[in-house]
Design a protein around this ligand. Structure first.
Ligand code: PEP
Ligand code: MN
Length: 413
């Protein structure tokens, strides 16, 4: 397949012109904004393409090494943060809250598992959201859906919902600000901390892709992932991540076939490099025990050494009677337990957990040891997209994980 990334900078205007234009032979891209002004988009992406990357290629390589250890069963991966970061939500308190919560969770998990924990934030660039419908109707008015702060605004007005390429510049700047604080916090704790987001808006990801002496990297984050709605086998998103040397991840929902997973392995990890590819299963508590085993056993048989990660959030979302999109802690834990059962049966390593969480005492998910009740939901429901675990619920999850790892049989790899 054509490598779209190696042709970065060769848009319609010819070689050497950095910019958002997809290569002429690029496959179709799902979930892209309908930008009203392509020239403005092009100008913004050209500018981004001249700015420094947000991370270094060598940092991406070091994360690949850490993920190889996870793939071998020698470490655990913890990935977490907001479903959708917002530009206004990036405050020192918020960043410290996510960083601190992931740190506390890691300490608990490391102790239970007796393994180091690789900490990966959904942070410093998690600004773009896939949507089930491109339009949203309220009180008889229909507007473009909110696609994340990288694209448009959450307010339900025609002005806010118009995709604005200037938001790509703000996203870059606010990501840099966030990374600056994260790097300071990590240095003070002498801990490693890595950043990740969904590589959704391809104009942005392409504009931050650089041809470095060690190869082509998307320097918008250490790891980027492809979501459940954009992992089409012949689609632009898998094609894009196939061409970068960052470690990459792909979400796998309950309809994924073993052939789909094997085709993704062949496309993204043809050399079977441990830690190159992370599969994030998000099956739902009801499906995980049936849907996951065949994927794991066939991918393992292919010789790939992927990181197997469980996202117990996205398959367990429902709408409460109050109208709030929510998730129940018990259902989340049921999917996590199912994930561990599958790996115990197959002798494989349950590599890690992917969660939407915040350090703040929000009331977005139900349950936990200081239970959030359906009546509590309206009081601090602050997410711009999906419901997050609050700090207390995140630590409940970490304690449960510590126990599950402590009792998990060593993997046979
Ligand atoms: C997400 O991670 O916020 C998301 C949209 O997940 P998925 O692609 O698994 O639906
Ligand atoms: Mn989400």
């Amino acid at each position: 397949m054509t490598n779209t990334v190696s042709t970065v900078g060769t848009g319609a205007d010819g070689p050497g012109q950095p910019g958002p234009a997809a290569p002429p032979d690029a496959p179709p891209a799902a979930q892209q904004p309908d930008w009203p002004d392509r020239a403005a988009l092009r100008a913004v992406a050209d500018e981004l393409a001249t700015l420094p990357g947000l991370v270094l290629a060598e940092e991406c390589d070091r994360l690949s090494d850490r993920l190889a250890a996870v793939a071998r069963g020698e470490a655990v991966l913890l990935q977490g943060g907001d479903c959708a970061e917002t530009f206004d939500g990036v405050t020192e308190e918020h960043v410290r809250g996510t960083f601190g919560t992931l740190g506390e969770m890691s300490a608990l998990i490391a102790e239970g598992a007796g393994l180091p924990v690789v900490q990966l934030g959904r942070i410093a660039g998690q600004y773009a959201k896939p949507r089930s419908s491109p339009l949203e109707t309220r009180d008889g008015q229909t507007l473009p859906a909110y696609r994340g702060d990288l694209v448009n605004g959450l307010a339900f007005t025609p002005e806010a919902r118009m995709p604005d390429p200037g938001r790509l510049q703000r996203g870059y700047r606010i990501s840099a600000t966030t990374l600056n604080l994260l790097r300071a916090l990590a240095a003070r704790r002498t801990t490693e901390f890595w950043t990740s987001h969904e590589a959704l808006v391809l104009e942005y990801e392409r504009a931050l892709t650089r041809d470095t002496p060690s190869g082509v990297y998307d320097l918008s984050a250490h790891l980027v992932w492809v979501g459940e709605r954009t992992r089409q086998l012949n689609g632009a998103h898998l094609d894009f991540v196939a061409g970068i040397r960052n470690p990459v991840a792909v979400k796998l929902g309950p309809t994924t076939t073993a052939d789909d997973a094997l085709a993704i392995v062949d496309q993204l990890d043809p050399d079977r490099t441990p830690g190159r590819l992370t599969f994030i299963s998000r099956m739902g508590a009801d499906a995980v025990r049936d849907a996951l085993p065949e994927l794991v056993s066939k991918v393992e048989a292919s010789g790939a050494q992927v990181v197997w990660m469980c996202d117990p959030m996205h398959g367990n979302t429902f709408v409460a009677p109050s109208g709030h999109k929510t998730r129940d802690f018990d259902r989340i834990m049921d999917e996590v337990r199912g994930f561990f059962e599958v790996h115990a049966d197959l002798g494989t390593h349950p590599g890690g957990i992917h969660a939407e969480l915040t350090g703040e005492p929000v009331t977005e998910c139900l349950g936990g040891t200081k239970p959030v009740t359906p009546e509590d939901l309206p009081s601090r429901y602050e997410t711009a997209c999906d419901p997050r675990l609050n700090r207390r619920q995140a630590l409940d999850l970490a304690r449960a994980l510590a126990d599950l790892y402590a009792h998990h049989p060593p993997s046979r790899r």
